[in-house]
Design a binder for this molecule. Sequence first.
Ligand SMILES: [Zn+2]
Length: 688
Amino acid sequence: MRNSLTGRSRVRTRGPKPKCADIMVWDKKLFFVKIFCPTFRTLALAGLILGQQVVRAQSESSSSVYDPHEAFAPIFYPAYGDDIRGADGKPGARYWQNSADYKIDSKLDEVNQSLSATVTITYKNNSPSDLPFVWLQMDQNIYKLDSRGVAGTDVSGGRWANRNAFDGGYELKSVELINIATGKASSADTLVSDTRMQVKLPTPLKSGGVLKLRISYSFKIPEYGTDRTGRLDTKNGWIYEVAQWYPRMCVYDNVVGWNTLPYLGQGEFYLEYGNIEYSVDVPGDMIVGGSGELVNPMEVLTPTQQKRYQDAKASEKTVAIRSESELTDAASRPAKARLVWKFKCLNTRDVAWGASKAFIWDAARIDLPSGKKALAQSLYPVESAGDSAWGRSTEYVKGCIEYYSRYLYEFSYPSATNVAGVVGGMEYPGIVFCSERARKGNLWGVTRHEFGHNWFPMIVGSNERKYPWMDEGFNTFINTVADSAFNKGEYLRVLKDRSRLANAFFNPTNPIMTIPDQMPTREWGTLSYNKPGTGLELLREEVLGKDRFDYAFRYYVHEWAFKHPTPYDFFHAIENASGETLDWFWRGWFFNNWKIDQAVTGVEYINGNQAEGALITIENRQKLPMPVTVDVKEENGKTSRVKLPVEIWMHGPVWKFHYASTSKIVQVTVDPDQRYPDVDTTNNTWKQ
Ligand SMILES: [Zn+2]
């Protein structure tokens, strides 16, 4: 899903700084105590005489709200790891998850703007339990006027709101159980509750058993579907972007059992993996792009298009399969009233598709690290054509997928399709929907974001409905890394001063660990995208270093690829592979809204002699401790950088360290590169 305003990360600049008058007065007192208190000087000198480089200052008081026992409390995990979810951050030896294969045959009714379909679901119970019932997600039901999603939408409307009083939802024709041995169908005992459907089984589905369900249904395609699905009228016809279009199995896991949170709008999805074969029956003049592999290009493309399609698979440069000038040429489509497009997507948690007779279609080859190839494609209307817009989309798709594949994990689908339409930015496996109005850097931004989702949550299948930071936040992080790599940083925007983020990050009333449907929309971008994304940057750049972080992040992705990690699985994975206990960071950044405020409060010289060295006092004034970088400038021109680990804050909010000064110190600065969203930078520099 794109961020609230555009596909690019967006931050609010800082508002008025907190008033620090009281702190400054206190600083002066503290400074006085430090300089003139003979007891303190004696203690400090005694420490130095004993050969210590660093002297504790527990007895010092400060204006800090920091509590080291709270930050470094020894118990963080609510349970020990076990043989299902290991304490080492890997799935355990007895890890299990259920699977769901789908076979869907659908038909678009472009006159009535509806879709009818039959889906056969083959569900495998790999859990140790027998299941007396199963639950399915019926996300289209959010478009019924009496849905919880409609009822729970703020009167002012918003991005997820139902528009024009659209009354849709699933019309169920039949729900049947299919006997695996005989193939016989029998009507199922069902209960539909808002966006969920329970199927009560006549006999429990045994552990290790397989259930086959067949559901026939139809629904009206909303024009505006929660910014995730919909249709758009363009000069040359409607563009359909069809998603959440078949009943999907809820995830049953060892965490909560059945995950049945309703679809309310802001929270996304949590889905089982399986193989999906699907067909879409559309008017012959339409082009369809879908998740996975197009199985029957020979049946749905003209001979010219078949050749160009093959050419594109071998081309580094974008190849037009259906060009702008051919849009209104009847010969650019086979002369058939209707055509059935067939797709197959393996090991996937979902499929979606786009269809239109208005599509320009171009494509190019994607080169993957293993030597495998995939196809980058774009489908867009003439309104979006041109090099400043979607004419470069395929280049963007290819660029970001090749990058993410190198950085994290190889892209696993045969094609990656970018569809222009009414949806602002939404991801599905191997296909994304981006705004037909996106141009230049915005198109790159939204494309590389939506395709970044192919890693989170498509490859690493976290629970989006509960933990959007595990897909949006992780994705925001890899987006920034991709920006540096694409076309020599063509669209790279570096935020030079992270303190500008402080107001946006710490003013929300909620922590990152908030259910998305509970997040105020104005906090959605911060809590789901930018704050967790920046959290990973802080871990990478300030806490672990790039090598250790990247190794640990890859460990997490590889261990949980096509599986269902929880937040604790992620925390365990990063801690184990990096070898660092990070509970203080998880606690402060994710579970709480702890702020960062590092300060320099004083300098004193050993024996009052600048050449003998100095004690520099720094403070942690807010609740989140972080490692410290200090730049020291001396009168004689010497400058030094000191790095201190986060453990200095185990002892309290005030820390003194020895610095081997050679002359008078004229300036001391904490966080000199402005890498922290520090809430008060007025105390970051001490000057003589
Ligand atoms: Zn997103």
